[in-house]
Structures are given as C-alpha cells and as structure tokens.
Write a protein that binds this ligand. Structure first.
Ligand code: COA
Length: 326
C-alpha cells in the first residue's frame, strides 16, 4: 500500500513582529538580522493561545481540504518543540478540540525535525493497512519559550502551525524517507529546565533555564551538513537524481543555511521553497506551513517530486521524498 498527503492546512497568528520591534527589546539591528538570517518578520500568538490552539485550527483546515470529517481520523500525531505541557500529549488536546473522537493520539519529540518524523511514522500506519487516515500536526508557540533578553536566539523564532492528512493513495505519495539522530549533540540546542533533570525551582527560573539555549555556530555547521546528506540519501533510496526533483522544502531556520546546503547540492535555488523572511523559524511548523504556501502559490503540481528536509535539536535530522497527489 502507498501513503500520500490528501489534505493540507496551516494557521498563523495575526500579530506580525518586524525586526524593528526587536531593536527595541535587545541590542540588535534590522540590518544584522536580515544579513545573518534572512528573517524580516515573525508571527506572535496572543497570550492565551497555546500550541494546541494553532494546531487545532491547522488540523481543521487539513481535514476539510481532504474532504473528510474529524470522525474519519484514526490517529493524530503532533510534533511540537513548545507543547502545551509535558503531559498530556498536545495531540490529545488537539483531538478534543477538533472532536476527532475515533482517533488515537500521541506526540513526537524531534524538535524542528518533528514534522518529518511524524510524516514518516504516519506513512507506516497507512502502508501496513492498520489505519485509513492519519493527521500529522506541527504547531508551535515558540514565543513563550524564547528568551526575549537573548539576542542570539530571540531574533530567530516565530509561532504558527501546519497539518496534513495522510491516507492510502494509488500512485506516488511518500516514496522514501530517511531519519537520523545524534544525542551526543543534545546540549547544542535545548530547553534545559522543567523536566526531571532540572526540575523547576527558584534557580531555574532566575537563571532563565526555561528558555531555548543554543550554540548557534555549531548548530549552523551541523544543519548544513545534514541538509545535504539527508537530501542525497532520499534521492538515492528512490533511485532518482536531484535533476528529477521539482521542489525542495527545507526547514526554515536561516537563509544562509539553505543557501550553503543548496550550493553543496548544486541544486537551483529557484526550486527551493523559502518563506522564513515572513515567519522566522517555526520549528515543527515550518515545513507544513511552507508546503501549504507552495501549494497555494502553484509551486507544487500533481505528480511533482518534492523533498522535505529538516534538522534540529536532539540532534535530529531527516528527509522525505513525496510524489504529490493533490
Ligand atoms: N544582533 C547583533 N549582533 C548579534 C546578534 C544580534 N541579534 N546575535 C549575535 N550577535 C553578535 C555576536 O555577539 C557576535 O559578536 P562578537 O563578534 O562581538 O562576539 C557576532 O554577532 C557574531 O556572532 P555569531 O554567533 O558568530 O553570528 P553568526 O553569523 O553565526 O549568526 C546565528 C548567529 C544564530 C544567526 C547563526 O549562528 C545561526 O543561524 N545558527 C543556526 C541557528 C538555528 O538555525 N537554530 C535552529 C536550528 S533548528
């Protein structure tokens, strides 16, 4: 059996935060942010909004796009670096919000690679015939776990959500997939406190340990390397060459990461989806939001071969090759 995407949706908070607003919060400039990252704006969720709220909106749109009802969903896989809480799973909260009463629900924690891990997992449940319709959601309210006093990180992130429905298809679909991890790099990008290693206490709050910490230079080098290797792996596994690929949709972290990896691949930048200028890095939501935007812009047509490629905390990385069904 083949698995493919039969519906897609995305949802972004209305509030736009331009770089000029960051100039008022930390010691930075619009020029520095644009030159080093390519980011111009990001969206910021309202104070009462959590990841499951954005995820539920994107999920409703994806289910509608698939011409299904929430009751038709057999399983929800939610990927988030900024989940509603440690438990219950954000997937369960989304399940309740959209009334997907027949769905099993669980979370995947693979940070910015979460959507690629989730999509790969969803495809297995479809290909074995176990389930008919699996919803994969990437949703983030990173603005609530961002340290707004740290200019190294606060310029990078934004809020948003994207979702897809994965079901059985006759042709094409999710053709090949490759996932990787290296836990020895765990400390390069982390949200250290609030778990059982550093439970919340006065010091963890005082020392701002409940916010994202990152070694930007090391993460940058890692990202360029695994972007290239993961892309090559899925193409080789599918017995194709990069010339056969119509569009690469990478995780939207930094334009310099994308440029460097694409140069190494000798792949034309015109066939790479980039929207990080508008939204910044939305972790697990970046790829589904970019994919939805590419569909709406007419950049993806039925039968096109596209690659989703991601990298992030863990460290984790992965890529999926899809022959587009919609
Ligand atoms: N505004 C102005 N200056 C800044 C700044 C900011 N927002 N952030 C850092 N700087 C300064 C640094 O303090 C440093 O100053 P110094 O030379 O006096 O020490 C200088 O700019 C260069 O810092 P550096 O960290 O080398 O910059 P960079 O070119 O590597 O860019 C990142 C920093 C964070 C943009 C870049 O490393 C990056 O994008 N890394 C990957 C991050 C990422 O994508 N993470 C998520 C992966 S899923």
């Amino acid at each position: 059996m083949r698995a493919g995407i039969i519906g897609i949706g995305s949802f972004l908070p209305d509030k736009v935060m331009p770089n000029s607003e960051l100039e008022k919060i930390v010691d930075t400039t619009n020029e520095w942010i644009v030159e080093r990252t390519g980011i111009l704006n990001r969206r910021i969720a309202q104070a009462h909004i959590s990841s499951s709220d954005l995820g539920a909106e994107a999920a409703r749109l994806a289910i509608k796009d698939a011409n299904l009802k929430a009751e038709d969903i057999d399983m929800i896989i939610s990927a988030s670096s900024s989940p509603d809480c440690t438990f219950p799973a954000t997937a369960c909260i989304i399940q309740d919000k959209i009334r997907a009463i027949n769905a099993a629900a669980f979370d995947i924690q693979a940070a910015c690679t979460g959507f690629v891990y989730g999509l790969t997992t969803a495809a297995q449940f479809i290909m074995t015939g176990k389930y008919k319709n699996v919803l994969v959601v990437g949703s983030e309210v990173l603005s609530k776990v961002t340290d707004w006093q740290d200019r190294n990180t606060c310029i990078l992130f934004g809020d948003g959500a994207g979702a897809v429905v994965v079901s059985q298809v006759q042709k094409g679909g999710i053709t090949t997939s490759f996932l990787g991890a290296d836990g020895s790099g765990a400390n390069l990008l982390e949200l250290p406190a609030g778990g059982t290693k550093e439970p919340a206490d006065y010091d963890t709050v005082k020392n701002r340990r409940h916010y994202i910490k990152m070694n930007g230079n090391e993460v940058f080098k890692f990202a360029v390397k695994v972007f290239e290797s993961s892309t090559r792996r899925v193409v080789e596994k599918a017995n194709l060459t990069l010339d056969d690929i119509d569009l690469i949709i990478p995780h939207q972290a930094n334009i310099r990461i994308i440029d460097a990896a694409v140069r190494r691949l000798k792949f034309p930048i015109e066939r790479v989806m980039v929207n990080l200028d508008k939204y910044g890095n939305m972790s697990s939501a970046s790829i589904p939001v970019a994919m939805h935007e590419a569909v709406r812009m007419g950049k993806i047509k039925k039968g096109d071969k596209i690659i989703l490629v991601a990298f992030g905390a863990g460290l984790t990385w992965g890529a999926v090759l899809i022959e587009w069904n919609l």
